[in-house]
Design a protein around this ligand. Structure first.
Ligand SMILES: [Zn+2]
Length: 88
């Protein structure tokens, strides 16, 4: 999977993965689906997909899901996106 070799290279956000795959950013949702699949593939290889969670840039709230749209605490939409990487 191309997405895996990208992430083995360096941590990336879903948007960066879109750009690297030359996919439109409106296809970001497909990237999240592909990441779920990549996570299963990696597990079989004894590796794991790591996610540094999204953080609200306004109040510092740490999200527990990969793709939030707004902060539940301060309602800000200014969010530092999740970064994905591969761990051996
Ligand atoms: Zn917030």
């Amino acid at each position: 999977m191309k997405i895996i070799s990208l992430l083995e290279d360096r941590p990336m956000t879903a948007k960066e993965i879109c750009q690297a795959l030359e996919a439109d950013t409106s296809r970001e949702k497909e990237v999240y689906d592909a990441l779920k699949k990549a996570s299963r593939v990696l597990k079989r290889k004894g590796k794991s997909l790591m996610m540094s969670p999204p953080v609200c840039r306004k109040c510092g709230f740490v999200f527990d899901k990969a793709n939030p749209t707004r902060c539940p605490r301060c309602k800000s939409e200014w969010i530092d996106p999740a970064r994905f990487s591969v761990m051996d």
